[in-house]
Design a protein around this ligand. Structure first.
Ligand SMILES: [Zn+2]
Length: 372
């Protein structure tokens, strides 16, 4: 494992690349913001909106894919109040028990910005079957939900005749990943590796779900996709998770203060809707040797909020420590005992990156804090 010289990201993050100075592609993208003419970018966004504004009379003229999180607040405000669009919001609500903050934030989004939200509550039976299989075989338990978060807004945008469909950040470009091009078009989002297509025959054979259960996880047909104009807001404005959070708070967004102090996160405002969901993102740790603490510490370093040394301390303290509440909720939903859960997790550790210590715990062979 090698680590970026500026932030704390290792080269094991899928799709990330390093330049000859040892700087990761996410830090390079951030650095490159200086060279962008943001006024021109904003004008580009205005002219895209001009094409679609009012196209359906009083019916919605654009769609926004939302989760109810801090970024959703910013996106909705920007489209509705700065660009005078009439958005409809599409969201996928997973079936895990939600936090109080999660319940409040989605409801408040509609109340604060006066918007209609069309939500999908996915098929629970299919979700459970697929979750168990994807967890045990690939370490990707929430694949089904993550996939729907990408595909569902595309199906709905066609139904509502809202070709302009707005996403937040281009994850690959902003944070490092596959196909990391600087582009406004979110057309290739489905292939960014977060929830790539899987072999349907394999799922049907091994989980007992039907072909019909998988309908909404499919990439819409080309003729349907070609009617749409999906865009990333992060191309047009200087995207910053912390700024979005501060903005959202002023509009009634709740973080996890006084509700839940998570043991494997370094902030309390990102991905806060449900506990069980976080098992998936934490599994990056056994598979690739870094988790949410690495992701957020890297962003904080780039944004100038902490030093690299402070980031390294956060990674050391938090990254490995999956929160027990996440495990409890996850096991209850999928019907595992906690012993079964940890046995599966044990099988997912990457032996090239980890070794067992004297307490029979997996530890990184080359952690960032170890001077070599
Ligand atoms: Zn970096």
């Amino acid at each position: 494992m090698r680590y970026c010289k500026k932030c704390v990201m290792p080269n094991t993050r899928p799709g990330i690349s390093f330049n000859e100075d040892g700087i990761c592609s996410a830090c390079q993208a951030y650095e490159n913001r200086k060279n962008v003419n943001w006024e021109n970018r904003w004008k580009e966004l205005e002219s895209i909106c001009d094409k679609y504004r009012g196209m359906n009379g009083d019916a919605p003229d654009c769609a926004i894919a939302v989760s109810g999180g801090k970024d959703s607040y910013y996106q909705v405000y920007l489209m509705k109040y700065l660009l005078n669009m009439n958005p409809i919001l599409f969201s996928v609500e997973d079936n895990f028990p939600m936090t109080n903050a999660g319940v409040h934030n989605l409801k408040n989004l509609s109340e604060e910005f006066a918007c209609n939200i069309v939500s999908m509550k996915p098929n629970i039976q299919a979700q459970k079957k697929i979750m168990r299989y994807m967890f045990e075989h690939y370490g990707k338990p929430t694949w089904y939900i993550d996939r729907l978060i990408y595909t569902y807004p595309l199906y709905m945008a066609n139904k509502f005749n809202t070709p302009l469909i707005v996403y937040g950040e281009n994850v690959s470009y902003e944070y490092g990943g596959k196909d990391a091009n600087e582009t406004y078009s979110a057309r290739n989002q489905l292939s960014n590796g977060v929830a790539s297509e899987v072999d349907e025959a394999e799922l049907i054979e091994n989980t007992g779900v039907s072909s019909k259960d998988l309908y909404f996880t499919r990439t819409p047909k080309d003729e349907e996709l070609n009617k749409l104009d999906p865009i990333y807001i992060s191309y047009f404005v200087q995207w910053n998770s912390f700024k979005n959070y501060e903005f959202a708070k002023k509009h009634g967004f709740h973080d996890l203060t006084h509700e839940w102090d998570r043991t494997h996160h370094v902030e309390n405002f990102d991905q806060i809707d449900s506990r069980a969901y976080l098992v998936h993102s934490w599994l990056k740790y056994p598979k690739f040797g870094h988790g949410a603490a690495t992701d957020y510490s890297s962003r904080m370093i780039r944004y100038g909020l902490i030093t690299r040394e402070e980031g390294i301390e956060k990674v050391r303290k938090f990254d490995h420590a999956l929160d027990p509440k996440c495990v409890q909720d996850f096991c209850e939903f999928c019907n595992y005992s906690e012993a079964e859960f940890w046995k599966i997790v044990d099988s997912l550790y990457n032996k090239d990156l980890f070794e067992k210590n004297e307490y029979d715990c997996w530890v990184l062979k080359r952690p960032i804090w170890k001077k070599l």
